[in-house]
Design a protein around this ligand. Structure first.
Ligand code: CAA
Length: 258
């Protein structure tokens, strides 16, 4: 399917979605958010896809929600469309691992979109921020909540209240980003990580993602109980038998995703 605001490519079991409105620094307009939701639903349904990379362009991963598109909106326009909610649900519901490969600006909704992904790999040029306060609003796609959980209260307050940007090194120190690489190695690194993830047992990777994400919503005791039960349930799968047999026989496992 052809899209106007994103590009979807495939390399084996890895799918890459590139946000593609470079002249607007990949500002997230309604059309792009809707295309992204559609693309994710298709990739979710495609069993041959094991991992997804979400990326932008060198200058911007995404510079936020499209300010010009929403500037005249009233409360009821936003309430009735609820564009952020639909988009948020599509990303949130996506059950396969998704890596954000970020270079340049990841601001406002762009930072929030990166945080909806499971792993953020950043180029050394990346800049993260929640500058909405400069526009007379605050983050509206999960920024106050996800940033708080990712970097703690003091830095989340600092970023959301001053509107300043943090560079890749600060983002890595704060725990927002898993790795920093030179810009020219960004996609290579993201693809290597994605291919490694896609080579694992898909249902096991999905259950691992689900269990880690559930930890944001529950107590430590509940989370550990969920982990234990999910771990036990993996012993009903072919891939657990195969993975452990391959280790004992000193060979590579051949996972069948079941
Ligand atoms: N919405 C709409 N258009 C945007 C945009 C955005 N978020 N960010 C950049 N653009 C457009 C600019 O208007 C400009 O378009 P024109 O050429 O037609 O004038 C083009 O992209 C290039 O941008 P700049 O000329 O501003 O580029 P720069 O290099 O001088 O500055 C920047 C880069 C610092 C990222 C600056 O563009 C900027 O501050 N952008 C806005 C960042 C922002 O406030 N994001 C939050 C948006 S609100 C939000 O996201 C709410 C939410 O939580 C859901």
């Amino acid at each position: 399917m052809a899209y106007d605001n994103i590009e979807v490519t495939r390399d084996g079991a890895v799918a890459t979605i590139q946000l593609d409105r470079p002249k607007a620094l990949n500002a997230l307009n309604v059309a792009m958010m809707s295309e992204l939701a559609t693309a994710l639903a298709k990739l979710e349904a495609d069993d041959t896809v094991g991992c997804v990379i979400l990326t932008g362009h060198d200058k911007a991963f995404a510079a936020g929600a499209d300010i010009k598109e929403m500037m005249e909106d009233e409360y009821l326009d936003l309430y009735k469309n609820d564009r952020f909610e639909q988009f948020h649900m599509a990303t949130e519901r996506f059950r396969k691992p998704i890596i954000a490969a970020v270079s340049g600006y990841a601001l406002g909704g762009g930072c929030e979109l990166a945080m909806m992904c499971d792993i953020i790999i950043a180029a050394d040029t990346a800049k993260f921020g929640q500058p909405e306060i400069n526009l007379g609003v605050m983050p509206g796609m999960g920024g106050t909540q996800r940033l708080l959980r990712a970097v703690g209260k003091s830095k989340a307050m600092d970023l959301c209240l001053t509107g300043r940007m943090m560079d890749a090194a600060e983002a890595e120190r704060a725990g927002l980003v898993s790795r920093i690489v030179p810009l020219d190695k960004l996609m290579e690194t993201a693809k290597e990580a994605a291919a490694k993830i896609a080579s694992q047992s898909q249902p096991i990777a999905m259950m691992t993602k689900e269990t880690i994400n559930a930890g944001f919503e529950m107590s430590l005791e509940q989370g550990i109980r969920l982990e234990r039960r999910t771990f036990m349930s993996m012993f009903t799968t072919h891939d657990q038998k195969e993975g452990m047999a391959a280790f004992a026989e000193k060979r590579k496992p051949h996972f069948k995703n079941r």
